[in-house]
Design a protein around this ligand. Structure first.
Ligand SMILES: Cc1cc2nc3c(=O)[nH]c(=O)nc-3n(C[C@H](O)[C@H](O)[C@H](O)COP(=O)(O)OP(=O)(O)OC[C@H]3O[C@@H](n4cnc5c(N)ncnc54)[C@H](O)[C@@H]3O)c2cc1C
Length: 487
């Protein structure tokens, strides 16, 4: 007779749709910088986890760029073992509270979820929402779940840039027993997570807490240290056994139209940095950095950066925030959730409008923005329908501020200091091989500096792949040597 107790049968939640997440009311939230979605409580997370049918193929795991065992952590949440679930996530991702908030799950794990059948009215599992709950649960219960750290190898690693790519590589390398130092140009760590993504989408306290976990593991942070100015890459290469460059894509693009040098024109980076990193919205009582008093503002673009800029501007309480985009709604690159939130908050969307001039108010400042009206033509190289001007149709928006949020290129500082490091001449990105190794043997690179502007989780995925290759390189001299994995 078999005495093994039978595994209790999971009682599924057969709801076709995700358990909704509570949010701040749009009328209230535009008056503050507090977080908009309020997160699940334990019961809601439990109910959502019970929607996972634990299917055979587990496509969600392959859909996650860092390969989190999603069904396993959802099963544990379904058993109300929140600590166990957190441990399971942390095997692959030490930033659950962040990824649960900002990852584009709808294009990754949730898109491929077996439950996801929009034509049958069935939504995927709310993987991001449960992940976020677990990250927040750790904070509320002061749980410091630390991974195991291998014995010291005596090898040293320099990581340049503290965005998600750099942080992931730092976390993985310290766990493999190496001595890791992160160099960051700014005075706060986190890259775009700190200076770009606003407080109402990703509270800075959460970010700093998740990063403090790395310090507890032994990672050293050197802030206010722009490599290429404070110290050359060559010198860092000599001081450390291996170097990981993760300097991101922080160089703003401009439109190249007349009037872009007028007072009152900001790049999205500058605008968001003033408000998020320097706390400009608290000026003068809580911050030394002012933000221009805005009455009427136009934000150009339709990606996450544009939505963040428009929604940030709204909270500075101007009369109107225009969003100006040259294509149609279908082509908007921002996350659906961000577009929805921006609309709820009263951002005035002006699609199929392309700026052609920023007009002087007569005193060297912005007085208006002139836009060409567009229609959609044939698809272009990107597969999206090309915007084509409608002859003779222009429109002027009276504004005193313009924020340009049309994309960013790779940070050039390091490459300028070290021209021998191979770059893509057209894009300015650092060239790497399959193992994330650059043209210098002991220098690897990953994240937006390699891909151009992408996503948090892709940057993290690259940090992980690079860490594995750097470890093999440190242990065997060859980043492709599988023997290196086991040392
Ligand atoms: C406003 C905005 C909103 C976004 N929203 C989302 C979102 O909702 N979801 C999502 O998935 N992605 C989003 N993204 C994209 C995502 O944030 C990036 O893809 C990701 O942060 C890239 O990570 P990274 O580590 O490569 O670089 P970054 O996050 O850019 O970090 C690079 C770091 O390197 C530092 N650095 C640069 N040069 C040097 C140097 N010479 N020496 C030392 N340090 C240096 C920089 O100061 C910075 O801290 C957003 C981007 C922006 C701009």
């Amino acid at each position: 007779m078999n005495d093994t107790p039978k595994k209790p049968k999971k009682v599924l939640n057969k709801s076709k749709v995700k358990i909704p997440m509570r949010e701040q009311d749009p009328k209230n939230r535009i008056m503050n910088f507090d977080e908009v979605p309020l997160g699940y409580n334990a019961d809601e997370a439990h109910q959502e986890a019970l929607r996972c049918i634990d299917c055979k193929n587990k496509p969600c795991v392959a859909g996650c760029p860092v390969g989190i065992d999603i069904p396993a952590f959802l099963t544990l949440v379904g058993q109300k073992d929140f600590e166990g679930a957190l441990k399971k996530i942390k095997e692959k991702n030490f930033l659950p509270a962040i990824c649960g908030r900002v990852c584009p799950q709808e294009d990754q794990c949730e898109m491929v979820c077996t439950l996801n059948k929009p034509n049958k009215g069935r939504e995927p599992g709310g993987i991001g929402r449960v992940e976020r709950f677990l990250g927040d649960y750790a904070v509320e219960h002061n749980l410091d779940i630390m991974p195991d750290i291998a014995p010291p190898t005596g090898k040293t690693v320099a990581v340049i840039g503290s965005g998600p790519a750099g942080l992931t590589a730092a976390s993985d390398m310290i766990q493999k027993g190496h001595d890791v130092t992160v160099f960051e140009a700014l005075h706060k760590p986190g890259g775009v997570l700190f200076y770009g993504i606003p407080q109402f989408r990703l509270p800075k306290e959460i970010l700093l807490r998740e990063i403090s976990g790395l310090e507890k593991m032994g990672v050293k942070f050197v802030m206010n240290y722009p490599v290429g100015k404070a110290e050359s890459l060559d010198s860092i290469r000599e001081r450390f056994d291996v170097v990981f460059i993760a300097t991101g894509a922080g160089l703003p693009w401009f439109l190249g139209i007349p009037g872009e040098n007028l007072n009152g024109v900001y790049s999205a980076n500058e605008f968001l940095t003033r408000v998020n990193l320097m706390g400009g919205y608290k000026f003068p009582d809580g911050s030394d950095t002012p933000v221009k008093k805005i009455k009427r503002i136009a934000v150009i673009g339709a990606g996450n950066t544009a939505m963040d800029s428009a929604r940030t501007a709204k909270r500075l309480r101007p009369e109107v925030v225009y969003l100006v985009y040259r294509r149609s709604r279908l082509e908007m690159p921002a996350r659906v959730e961000e577009i929805h939130h921006a609309e709820q908050e009263g951002i005035d969307f002006n699609l199929l409008h392309s700026p052609i001039e920023i007009i002087d108010d007569g005193k060297g400042a912005v007085g208006a923005i002139l836009c060409q009206e567009m229609e959609l033509g044939e698809p272009d190289d990107s597969g999206r329908r090309r915007p084509v001007p409608i002859e003779g149709k222009v429109r002027e928006f009276a504004v005193d501020t313009v924020v340009i949020a049309i994309g960013q290129g790779p940070n050039p500082l390091l490459s300028a200091d070290c021209p021998e490091l191979e770059r893509d001449d057209r894009k300015g990105t650092i060239v790497i091989n399959d193992l994330m190794q650059t043209s210098f043997e002991n220098v690897f690179a990953g994240g937006d500096i390699v891909t151009g502007g992408a996503t948090v989780i892709l940057a993290m995925g690259q940090g992980r792949v690079a860490a594995d290759a750097m470890h093999r390189y440190l242990m065997t001299g060859d980043p492709s040597d599988p023997e290196g994995e086991h040392i």
